[in-house]
Ligand binder design. Structure first.
Ligand code: IVH
Length: 669
């Protein structure tokens, strides 16, 4: 570079520094200079750059104006997993989520509550401090490259205060006021600020984007190894601010679930007075080591949850109310409604829980109701919007069971059919026992079970093991192939481990998780469990992590009930396993339960790599040989090749050897 160039570069550097600093104070709401002063400096820089195009810096604020070059929006892969959040609609659901985490984690922890900005999600990629790419969320693995548009946003730093390599997640939005003003000048008006922001960010001409006062708040940062490792989320937000980003200052640190009371509902009430739109709050575990130990499900981090202000809702008419009898005899009223689309699926049946709930709603057949779907959970009738005009009265639970005709008796909040032989109860018991999540007996589908019940061949699960299926060959629906299949799967089911048998008994509160926890706590046989129940050992049960008072009391009641004990005896007699097989090693904490791991590359400490695979399996994880959409973790050693690339593409969590070793050691007990 000659001396002339050096002088010009120094001049440009000075201008860029000044303009960037003005930009920051502008973005933070404390402008240092008038717009005219800013514009004059800006013009000077622009002039210099026109004269010396080879000296233009990649982080020059003039690049924010964008070009008029037309370009498609190419698809680019994300190099970090861009996950979404699990959601809940009730404060109680949020507090119980927090309590679950507090129970799981031994150390003192805190939560950060942020506003959930209703804008457009963006990932900003910086390399050595320079903005190199801005990518929309897309499907979480691949997004659209909108770099030139995002460069026009004054609040997005083009160069960070430190030369770090980092991916930053944030939300681009328009304030209500800016939206109102802009929208009034549009030919076609947008429904809300979010839609206008989304439309703008995807424009082909970035000069059109530059005209809009888009804003950004950033809320997550993923630093390249070894660079800036804040211990907490609050620390990360500080770091991001110091690097030059705008973070939403309206966040709240909450020391425990108890301290949350009322906060969420207050926030929901106050949202209308904010200058921008929010559609909920996000609650995040503050401590990063705890986040790591909680991990991820396929799509969501376990360490954060969204509290959404409104559930998807639709209106429909109740055409009938039927009563369903479950396997325990419980009678549940179900509203049949005219089919409506809610949150992406058609709903035509909605549970009404019990008589009290119907009374609370003051619900009659023919009423128009609003139906919500909270999260991906079961739909619920929220309220009656319009009473029916046919003069129908409040619905009442019938006196007799619709299945067996016996009396329905009220016990607590619910009504029950008390006849153990009621066909619907028998059907419920048997289909549950043979179902996929339980004994998984192939060939015994719902029609087959109905036939066995109507022939009076099966009443309890143990009966399924006494039937001579060969004798049914001539019956409709029981060809030789079918009979062979049933006999084979019945035989195979005798080998199911105790844990599976236990959860298949259908005892309230004793599902998959509880069965595992009971066994892990050392209660390794049904006889031990029965003895404990008969001695009323509540404390031994509440001492198990994840077991509350209610679970303990239910277990004690159920395993003291003569009918349950008789059912167990019968199943013992047919040869099912009621005792956990002794393994030489003490059971390890099943920290990798529900995780699907793939192992690739070579390792310093796990040689051959089947050692690592065994370690994963011993902690409840499943090991597969290739990376697919179902894989949750890739353990990547040195010279990991195509599997690593595929995992990155699919957003699979990538774990290096050292981190893996820590995961094995840092297990919550
Ligand atoms: S955290 C892994 N924080 O809400 C962390 N998200 O599904 C995931 N959003 O796609 C996101 N404000 O676009 C987070 N303060 C905030 C947010 C926020 C808005 C959006 C984001 C994400 C969606 C959640």
């Amino acid at each position: 570079m000659d001396t002339g160039d050096q002088q010009i570069t120094a001049r440009m550097d000075g201008l860029i520094e000044e303009l960037n600093s003005m930009n920051t104070s502008y973005a933070q709401g404390t402008p240092e200079v008038s717009d005219q002063t800013y514009d004059a400096l800006y013009e000077t820089l622009l002039q210099l750059e026109r004269e010396h195009p080879d000296l233009v810096r990649a982080d020059s604020p003039t690049l924010r104006v964008g070009s008029d070059l037309s370009a498609d929006l190419p698809e680019v892969p994300h190099t970090i997993p861009v996950l979404s959040l699990d959601k809940a609609y009730a404060e109680s659901a949020i507090t119980s989520w927090m309590e679950r985490i507090e129970k799981r984690v031994e150390q003192q922890l805190s939560f950060v509550i942020e506003e959930k900005i209703d804008g457009v999600s963006i990932v900003l990629y910086y390399e050595d401090g320079l903005l190199v790419r801005a990518v929309t969320r897309g499907n979480g693995y691949v997004g659209n490259d909108v770099t030139s548009n995002v460069r026009t946003i004054r609040e997005v730093p083009l160069r960070l205060k430190r030369a770090v390599t980092v991916a930053v997640r944030g939300e681009i939005f328009l304030t209500r006021e800016d939206f109102r003003q802009l929208n009034s000048t549009m030919e076609i008006e947008y429904a809300n600020p979010r839609n206008l922001t989304a439309g703008t960010i995807r424009r082909i001409r970035s000069s059109e984007v530059a005209r809009l006062p888009l804003r950004i708040f950033v809320y997550e940062g993923f630093f390249s190894d070894g660079q800036m490792q804040p211990e907490t989320h609050a620390g990360l937000l500080d770091d991001l601010r110091l690097l030059g980003f705008i973070i939403n200052p309206r966040y709240h640190i909450c020391s425990s679930s108890d301290a949350l009371t009322g906060y969420l509902e207050d926030a929901a009430r106050e949202r209308g007075s904010l200058p921008y739109e929010i559609d909920g709050l996000v609650i995040k575990v503050n401590e990063f080591p705890v986040r790591e130990s909680l991990g991820y499900t396929g799509h969501h981090p376990r360490w954060a949850i969204a509290y959404k202000f409104e559930a998807p809702m639709a209106e429909s008419v109740v055409t009938a109310i039927d009563v369903q009898i479950g396997r325990t005899g419980r009678a549940t009223p179900v509203a049949r409604i005219e089919p409506v689309l809610i949150g992406g699926s058609t709903v035509s049946n909605v549970t009404l829980h019990n008589q009290d709930y119907v009374e609370l709603l003051e619900l009659c057949i023919g009423d128009t109701v609003s139906v919500s779907k909270r999260g991906d959970v079961i739909p619920a009738v929220e309220r009656v919007i319009e009473k029916n005009e046919q003069g129908n009265r409040l619905w009442h639970m019938p006196e007799r069971c619709p299945s067996c005709g016996g009396p329905l008796i009220r016990q607590g909040a619910h009504h029950f059919c008390t006849d153990h032989d009621c066909p619907d109860q028998v059907y419920g018991r048997l289909t549950f026992f043979v179902g996929k999540g339980q004994m998984d007996i192939d060939g015994l589908g719902s029609e087959t079970i109905r036939t066995l019940i109507s022939r009076k061949l099966a009443r309890d699960p143990a009966d399924l093991y006494h039937i001579d299926y060969e004798q049914l060959i001539s019956e409709p629906g029981f060809g030789p192939k079918k009979v062979q299949q049933i006999s084979k799967s019945i035989r195979e089911s005798l080998d199911r481990p105790y844990e599976v048998v236990l959860r298949s008994l259908g005892i309230p509160e004793v599902g998959k998780k509880a069965s595992q926890l009971l066994i892990k706590s050392g209660i390794r046989s049904i006889d031990q469990l029965i003895e404990l129940a008969q001695h009323g050992e509540v404390e031994q049960l509440t001492g198990i992590r994840g077991f509350g008072e209610k679970t303990a009391q239910t277990i004690i009641r159920e395993f003291s009930d003569p009918a349950v004990l008789e059912q167990i005896e019968e199943l013992k007699a047919v040869g099912l396993s009621f005792c956990e097989q002794q393994s030489e090693q003490p059971a390890l904490p099943q920290v990798f339960t529900d995780q699907v791991w793939c192992v690739t590359g070579s390792f310093e400490h796990y040689q051959p790599r089947s050692i690592a695979e065994k370690l994963i399996e011993a902690r409840g994880g499943r090991v597969v040989s290739s990376v697919t959409g179902k894989t949750t973790h890739l353990l990547a050693g040195s010279s990991a090749g195509s599997k690593l690339a595929k995992a990155q593409k699919l957003g699979v969590r990538i774990v290096a050897e050292q981190e893996f070793t820590t995961m094995l050691e840092d297990v919550p007990q």
